[in-house]
Design a protein around this ligand. Structure first.
Ligand code: G4P
Length: 288
């Protein structure tokens, strides 16, 4: 069991959350999968495809305000190739909502046509939101629910309460309780990438090691961003070890401890905080 799993999830959690999702899926026409646009692969759980079976799916690439817009466009195209409509959104600021409504209606096209044939035109499409913790499920639901009774979303899969529907707009109703998926614990890269974004609390992780690996990845994907911010020197592409990069950050920021040694723990916290706060720019850590 990985560190991440042992803290937030255990098999009982997963089983009850899975049961709840399967139950709720019976009630909806479309499933809305929320992903983190900065780490679309690590924030997805392939189990959903199995659970949702033939249900039409719409993918929302959330936190797109913090992701690299060019890479987000590539992810959208990659989903399109698999026949899945993906939309970039920013649930905190409420950006991309009309495109999201349109995508849900389009995904339910066959259902809607069937209703029309049966003389049930005008029936609302019902959808539910699913995603791993911290991906923005409550932000989305609270924003869409507006004043119509705020949905307080529980991250504890064992906690159940009565589901309610609310009308997002004419023709679209949303379940006020999201399905909570668990991350792919068997893949260590997933745990790491989620920790980079702050989805996993890092009090429990080795911050220095984490910052070193983030710096290595950033130096590969976005060398300009970190080199400019931390004045790391012009040797981008030199494949420097993360610890060397971290020491350079500490030195440039004057983070020293007695004896003139570099305070790499402090440098690590700075790097992680500044990345998560968007100070390094709009960055996507995974490519389609
Ligand atoms: P969850 O229900 O899936 O667990 O996620 P939740 O909505 O609680 O969102 C987790 C964090 O992500 C929150 O930040 C929320 O504000 C932030 N967030 C959600 N959507 C977006 C987005 O599109 N862009 C950005 N930049 N952030 C987003 P927090 O720091 O935990 O809370 P708060 O300080 O915002 O209250």
């Amino acid at each position: 069991m990985s560190e991440v799993q042992s803290v937030q999830w255990y098999p009982g959690h997963m089983a009850s959350s899975r049961r709840k999702i399967v139950e709720d899926l019976k009630l909806v026409d479309v499933v809305v999968e929320l992903l983190d646009a900065r780490v679309p692969r690590s924030s997805a759980n392939p189990v959903l495809k199995q659970l949702a079976k033939a249900k039409p799916r719409v993918v929302l690439l959330n936190k797109s305000d913090m992701a690299d817009p060019n890479v987000t466009a590539r992810w959208i195209a990659a989903f399109e190739q698999q026949g899945v409509k993906a939309v970039a959104v920013d649930c905190r600021a409420g950006k991309g909502m009309p495109a999201f409504y349109a995508a849900v209606r389009a995904a339910a096209g066959e259902k809607i046509a069937g209703w029309e044939e049966k003389g049930m035109a005008g029936r609302a499409v019902r959808a539910m939101v699913v995603g791993i913790p911290n991906v923005g499920k409550s932000s989305l639901i609270n924003r869409l629910a507006g004043g119509r009774g705020k949905a307080k979303v529980q991250d504890k899969p064992g906690v159940t309460r009565q589901n309610q529907w609310f009308t997002v707009e004419k023709g679209l109703e949303l379940l006020d309780t999201p399905g909570i998926l668990w991350p792919k614990f068997d893949d260590p890269i997933v745990g790491e990438h989620l920790a980079f974004t702050g989805a996993v609390r890092d009090e429990i992780l080795d911050r220095e090691g984490l910052a070193c690996r983030l710096l290595e990845l950033l130096d590969e994907l976005y060398p300009q961003c970190i080199r400019e911010r931390y004045k790391l020197g012009a040797d981008a592409g030199a494949d420097l070890p993360g610890y060397e990069l971290l020491e350079r950050v500490g030195r440039r920021r004057g983070m020293l401890i007695s004896g003139g040694e570099i305070d790499t723990e402090r440098a690590a916290v700075t790097v992680l905080d500044e990345y998560r706060g968007g100070l390094l720019g709009r960055i996507t850590l995974e490519r389609p």
